[in-house]
Design a protein around this ligand. Structure first.
Ligand SMILES: [Zn+2]
Length: 72
């Protein structure tokens, strides 16, 4: 599959970085770093990730209130 930069549509961006879930490409023309659209999170996955952040923050806030650190 031919990859294109989503900003300037230049072809064949270079692999820039990989983590556990996604590949990141960088455009040689405009230097944009992007995740290919097929690896974008679905709306449900995005919400799940957001909820997890919110839960962590609440636990941290409760810990701060009681003067303890439940999660680093
Ligand atoms: Zn570009």
């Amino acid at each position: 599959m031919m990859r294109r930069c989503p900003l300037c549509h230049a072809q064949e961006p270079a692999l820039y970085h990989q983590d556990r879930r996604r590949d990141y490409y960088q455009c040689a023309t405009c230097a944009l770093v992007f995740v290919p659209s097929e690896q974008h999170l679905t709306a449900a996955a995005e919400k799940a990730e957001y909820d997890q952040h919110q839960t962590r923050r609440r636990i941290r806030d409760i810990g701060a209130f009681w003067g303890v650190y439940l999660i680093r």
